[in-house]
Design a binder for this molecule. Structure first.
Ligand code: TUI
Length: 323
């Protein structure tokens, strides 16, 4: 691997003042200051996940990341959290430069955040949601396909990204199914201005997820993930395990969706923090099969950039006979 990491400037790198158009996904119970700090320090956008943490706990992580890096970082706000209003105030007080949002529409917070110069980049899993947040004044949108881990929509990245790009006038970041330079190059070919990766960063040395979770991701094969919770209206992509089979068995036999929801409560934390990868929810993207080793975040970013540039440099050779 060459020492010098090649750069690609896009509307997103310019808007946020980052070196590489690579976001680290905001993974609840996982993405903390350690991972976010390493990604931001390496020139990407590191993101701390708020999940359902209290404001004090999140503020602590924000202060830690500021110790780890002077570069821009982001906070992912899960809009189903009970503490959203207080989290938004803390974001303003701590001058967090960028936020991404998941599991809802951040529209009502956008004017205040923008007034403070905070960039707001919602995750959207469908064209109508992307249009709604763009109309509400979002600075960019992350179009997240159903290849992603965790809480997902119905559209694939390949179908979603170009349709979102055509539907709105702000930059689009592609997420879902991307774990190397090939996927990154493909996202640019669809017109994306950046990429967001979760699963690949689970294997980062600086990622503090339980060892068992990290090992499960590295061991996972191409067929390793499945979707639970379809009956609840909140489908979640996870690695297949004892819990996923139990939930799917219940769903197959017409079990009460309330029971299914109950099985999911606390399940991510059980896997991510306690390392119970049999009875916990090991959320993972479909691309886990490409994740083969633990590496420092800076190496992951260098590999993505080098791999992406390689694809661009060889593009004529890919389509044989093209001059
Ligand atoms: O949020 C995610 N992925 C997540 S959140 C999460 S935490 C969790 N833990 C346990 C159970 C459930 C969740 C794990 N993974 N991705 C972004 C995302 N946002 N996917 C889908 C959406 C979304 C959904 C509805 C975005 C907007 C939206 O708007 C609703 C509306 O009508 O405006």
């Amino acid at each position: 691997m060459s020492d010098k990491v090649p750069q690609i400037k896009t509307e997103i790198t310019e808007m946020l003042g980052i070196e590489y158009p690579i976001f680290q996904g905001g993974m609840a119970w996982i993405a903390d200051a350690s991972l976010g700090g390493a990604v931001s320090q390496a020139g990407g956008l590191g993101i701390i996940s708020c999940g359902i943490l209290t404001v004090d706990k999140i503020r602590e992580e924000v202060r830690k990341i500021k110790e780890l890096t002077d570069k821009p970082f982001g906070l992912n706000v899960m809009l189903e959290s009970h503490y959203v209003d207080d989290i938004m105030q803390m974001i303003i007080d701590e001058k967090v430069p960028v936020i991404t949002t998941g599991a809802g529409n951040p529209g009502k917070y956008i004017p205040t955040l923008k007034e403070q110069g905070i960039k707001v980049i919602p995750v959207a899993g469908s064209v109508p949601i992307a249009q709604r947040v763009a109309r509400a004044g979002a600075d960019a949108v992350i179009a997240e396909g159903m290849e992603s881990g965790g809480h997902i929509g119905e559209a694939t990245t390949m179908a979603l990204v170009p349709q979102v790009i055509d539907a709105i006038d702000i930059p689009v970041i592609a997420a879902g199914g991307i774990a190397d330079g090939r996927g990154m190059a493909a996202a640019f070919m669809l017109g994306a201005q950046g990429v967001q990766l979760g699963t690949r960063f689970l294997s980062a040395t600086e990622c503090t997820v339980s060892e068992a979770y990290k090992k499960a991701i590295i061991k996972a094969k191409a067929t390793g993930t499945t979707v639970t919770g379809n009956s609840t209206g909140h489908p979640i992509r996870v690695l297949r395990n004892k819990l996923s089979r139990k939930i799917q068995m219940l769903e197959k036999h017409g079990g009460d969706p309330e029971e299914v929801v109950k099985l999911g409560v606390g399940a991510l934390r059980r896997a991510a923090e306690e390392g119970d990868v049999d009875n916990g929810a090991v959320m993972s993207g479909q691309i886990a099969g490409l994740v083969k080793e633990e590496q420092p975040a800076a190496e992951i970013i260098a590999d993505l950039m080098n791999g992406c540039i390689d694809v661009f440099d060889n593009r004529n050779a890919i389509v044989k006979g093209r001059q």
